[in-house]
Ligand binder design. Sequence first.
Ligand code: DAH
Length: 335
Amino acid sequence: MAEIDELRTALLARIEASESPRDVLRASEFKQLYAKIPQLDPAERGAYGKQINELKVALETAIDARQSAIEDQLVLPLDITAPWDINGSEPALLPTENGSVHPLSKELERVVDIFTRMGFDAHESRQIDNDWNMFGALNFPEGHPARDGYDTFRTEEGFIPPAHTSTMQNRVLRAGKAKLEAGGQIASISYGRVFRNEDVDATHEHTFYQCEGVFVSDSATLGQMLGTLRAFFEEYYGQKLLIKTQPGYFPFVEPGLEFAIEKPATLGGKPGDWLEMLGCGMIHPNVLRAADIDPEKYRGFAWGGGVERLVMLKYGIEDLRHFESGKLAFLRKFA
Ligand code: DAH
């Protein structure tokens, strides 16, 4: 018995010092303990066997503890809150330049800033929506061919990644109704990503950004709309601009217009280079009704257009695909 105690002390010490502690169970001294069993007096065998088993359990516990201590040592002290390169020692991993805000984000901020200074509130548009907001609330009758013009994607469940930011109109109108009835106005822009099932080329993307404006009061006019849009474009491009409109068809406005600016000489334009920038018009009575707003008492105007187009003109960007390409050479020009 004293022999077993001695062995226990020796083996535990060996485990503590070993890099592969499990090997200790294969030590010949330990194996010999079992070899002795047949030589013992049968009356002693039970107690002896119990002692060996206890020893084995004690050794296994010590082995497990030692094993996890070894594994802990292998893990380098790691500060997960540190800058990303701090935990490595490779100089090649150190960043050599800072990242920058994407040009579209930066320009969208400018757009939002101009409209909020004019008194509009601003919301990001939703990226998943439904048939009602995409079409129904916007006076597209069921089965109307104008629905096909929007090349909409649909999920298997029937949801729609919006093909225009006009999907926000019904929400904006409903949210503003109380304000209107308290004698105020609705003045709101919605901006964000929109999606169309289109072939991609230099002027078409399946994913792009739009900005939508809605204004409603008891006396809104087309003149106010043109003034608002002119003020926006002149502020954005930092110069006086010529504007013109021509009739355009959108089921949610009546009359509907396409709004164009003359490409400024400072941006490489010649007189007569008209660029269509957005669609707009007086909000159709059915669109107001769809939001429980009485078209006999209130009238409004709305507009919506692409953000990339604005930015491309401003910086002379020739290909729409650059924006979503993630190409550093392009992004660095705007850093
Ligand atoms: N949603 C239209 C489009 O993407 C653009 C548009 C036209 C928005 C007229 C409007 C509007 O708010 O009044 O083609």
